[in-house]
Design a binder for this molecule. Structure first.
Ligand SMILES: Cc1c2[nH]c(c1CCC(=O)O)Cc1[nH]c(c(CCC(=O)O)c1C)Cc1[nH]c(c(CCC(=O)O)c1C)Cc1[nH]c(c(C)c1CCC(=O)O)C2
Length: 345
């Protein structure tokens, strides 16, 4: 069989129709997802149930025929595996025990201990690598150290990542020790996903945009570079996608500086700017605003064509700029793919 479209784009090929998938493609906007989550009991039970987690991963593939499936799990399973308490409050989001001192960082479990908690995730990957259609690539993932740390420090999502900034600014050495622990755990976690069958991995740095100057280098760029280097040493040939969300102009240079194979873009940079400044360096991914999955119509069609055409001169993976939201209409997802894959006149 010819190589999968996603792998070809990640290998640097310019394709007539780019491969497409969608962040949070398995999620609450799909009635079949809500039914399986109810069967599992709750979100975390779904993450740790390999059969059901594989089932929800496959649902958007069956319904829409995306070119890639992303493992169903969550970035906050790593803090849990390192010993943090984790629960989800319905309608609000994640809650964790907080970490704000050097002693609390030192009290985290050793990195080797994470697999005890995360083994069911590797089993989900094994099921998926057996069950996915031959043309669909399997993406594993983890949160980037900074983004994971923002939740571990605050114990929840925060609008400005204030508590993590306060820890970083108050005791940089202790905060660096936390980042280092998460970095080491992330390498082991992603490496185990690859051993189980993940063909590509993605590192989500959702809050990279709140890091500026030397902080961006120390806590977004340096950890990403360490993760890419370790994975490349152990698994040469497995592509890595990095997503320093809202990095703005710092998207330029991020691919070469980290050694990643693809830089994912949020919708706050224009496709035209990114095609001129990022795509010449590395395969790009993105960057349709998720709101179009709610509103649809001609604006959606126009935006899909604009983004597709802007990136048509180099390797690109079509995606949203951030996750699809629960109020999205599945028909708009179908329209997005139909438009993307139409024959260009
Ligand atoms: C920051 C972050 C988290 N998780 C993730 C990130 C980084 C990407 C981003 O910025 O969105 C990543 C993530 N979370 C989930 C996936 C699965 C794969 C996928 O389909 O993309 C992935 C890749 C499932 C999920 N993770 C979560 C859901 C919704 C939970 C539910 O079904 O009730 C899903 C499908 C919950 C979650 N998980 C997290 C939060 C803040 C929340 C609550 C907000 C929300 O409800 O959307 C942490």
């Amino acid at each position: 069989m010819a190589e999968k479209l996603l792998m070809r784009a990640l290998g640097g090929e310019t394709l007539d129709v780019p491969p497409a998938w969608m962040m949070r493609q398995a999620g609450r906007y799909l009635p079949e997802y809500r039914a399986t989550r109810a069967q599992a009991g709750d979100f975390l039970s779904l993450c740790y149930n390999p059969e059901l987690a594989a089932e929800v991963t496959l649902q958007p593939i069956r319904r829409f025929g995306f070119d890639a499936a992303i493992l169903f799990a969550d970035i906050l399973l790593v803090p849990q595996a390192l010993g943090a308490d984790l629960w989800f409050v319905t309608g609000e989001g994640p809650r964790l025990s907080t970490i704000t001192t050097r002693d609390e960082v030192d009290a985290l479990k050793p990195v080797d201990a994470i697999h005890e908690t995360l083994n069911p995730i590797y089993e989900t990957v094994r099921i998926l690598s057996r069950e996915l259609p031959a043309e669909t690539a399997l993406i594993g993932f983890a949160g980037a150290p900074w983004t994971v740390a923002t939740y571990m420090v605050a114990g929840r999502g925060t609008p400005d990542q204030g508590p993590a900034h306060a820890f970083k600014d108050g005791d940089r050495a202790a905060f660096t020790a936390l980042i280092d622990r998460i970095t080491a755990a992330t390498i082991e976690y992603l490496s185990a996903q690859i051993d189980a069958g993940a063909e590509v991995v993605k590192v989500f740095d959702s809050w990279a945009g709140s890091l500026k100057g030397a902080d961006f280098d120390d806590f977004a760029l340096t950890p990403a570079k360490a993760i890419v280097a370790a994975l490349k040493a152990r698994h040469p040939g497995v592509p890595v996608i990095v997503f320093p969300r809202e990095a703005g102009e710092a998207y330029k240079g991020f691919g070469p500086a980290t050694g990643a194979d693809c830089v994912a873009l949020d919708q706050s940079v224009s496709a035209e700017w990114a095609a001129a400044h990022v795509q010449p360096e590395v395969c790009t991914q993105g960057n349709l605003a998720p709101e179009h999955m709610v509103t649809g119509g001609q604006a959606l069609v126009d935006e899909v064509r604009r983004i597709r055409d802007a990136f048509s001169g180099g390797p690109h993976i079509f995606n949203l700029g951030h996750g699809i939201t629960p109020d999205a209409d599945p028909d708009n997802v179908a329209l997005m793919l139909e438009t993307l894959r139409e024959t260009r006149g």
